[in-house]
Design a protein around this ligand. Sequence first.
Ligand code: ZN
Ligand code: CU
Length: 489
Amino acid sequence: MATLTNSAPLYDTLLTGARLIDGTGTNAVRADLAIKGDRIAAIGELNHARAAEEINVKGLCVAPGFIDTHTHDDQACISDSHMEPKISQGVTTVVVGNCGVSLAPLDHPSSVPEPINLLGSPSDFMYKDFHSYFDAVDSSKPITNVVALIGHSSLRVAAMRDVGRLAQPGEINTMTQMIDEGMKSGASGLSSGVFYPIGSAADNNEIIPLVQKTAEYGGIYASHMRDEHAGVLDAMQEVFEAARFGGAPLLISHHKCAGRRNWGRSSETLDLLDSVRTSQDVSVDMYPYEAASSVLDPELVEEDTPVLITWSTPFPEASGRYLREIAQDWCCSDVEAARQLCPAGACYFFMSEDDIERIIQHPSTMIGSDGLPMDEHPHPRLWGTFPRVIRRYAIQRELFSIEEAVRKMTSLPANRFGIRSRGVLKQGSYADLVVFDPNTVADTATYQNPKQAASGICKVFVNGRLSWDGRLCVSSGSGHLLRRAEGIP
Ligand code: ZN
Ligand code: CU
């Protein structure tokens, strides 16, 4: 007589005894989880199930793979088959194309001006349209899934002869057509970086028609706002207006109150956010660190803000050194040293811990690393963001539960970006999973030593395949581009 065991379904992988955190924010439960192909096949008491591989995860948390809402992995997801900074944190999906910069639609531009150079060198730009970029992502089989935004500054460079002024109607029309192509090909939204040189000449007369086209396809509008310093409230009003008239959900990127004189003002920015949230679909993302990181801009160098150099073309040896030390060596002012180091990248220590704690607790706040994988000496957020949210803000500071931390990094972003069947653990969903040890999970990357894998991330599955075993990348990629337009009528 056949036993119950023999007739039970055969799964590929069975995780037994998990502390299951489903991504919705509800309390963890004890359960087993079975994977078949790229899907979660069953969750519950699976004592009698059989599987090709059985892994005892007693005492460990199993959660949906983390979604990094804010990345500049546009090139890494093509050329770095392991993306170790991300997979080692439990990230299974990255959102690329942020801050207004995307690799497409730029095909061998003569130069890549700041901040587009954050993404790579001129030879990395070889995609005349989004379709060709998305094909390149898919065929390179990245280790994580990829969600892509269309970068407004890249559109400007592609569509305008002079990016130092407002776009003219014909140029807006060209950009609208590029968005149409991008959204049809599978982009998930539009990003802008009106803080930066290329984007800053644009105002809402230019941006609203672009957001409208994005909204036709259900896309989101994400913005690195014009001002994160003294003018942060006005900058928020500007993006609220663009999203309201454009008809798209809004995401304020890496929300912060930058500069010592603005410390504490997150109570004002969040009050404003809450009042607008009653009538508009708005949210924010952030990285859990007191330093920002971007290109080095001598105008952002202030007396009271330490600056760490992350790369420099004329002085590569400056990577990892503080600007103040370099200026002392050179017997010049900090600003003068910064001018000489450019083109360069930097970390600016200009946020307060109080503001970080207030913003990260907000129910609409998601987590985006904003990591810069091309930097010589990167900001530690590239390797540490997600474990740090759990270790520092959930476990040590007790600002919220681990379940809530996981929600901010899974179901919330999946909903915001229209990512279907991911971000929540349930039968039939894709098996994007992270197994972590709540006792040891922590970021280990520091400003001094930034390229370090987190601890306590025991296993990571992407589309059902084991991709990180706690020490090493163990698969060639099984991630792909998650196309927004798929299935949209
Ligand atoms: Zn940005
Ligand atoms: Cu960014």
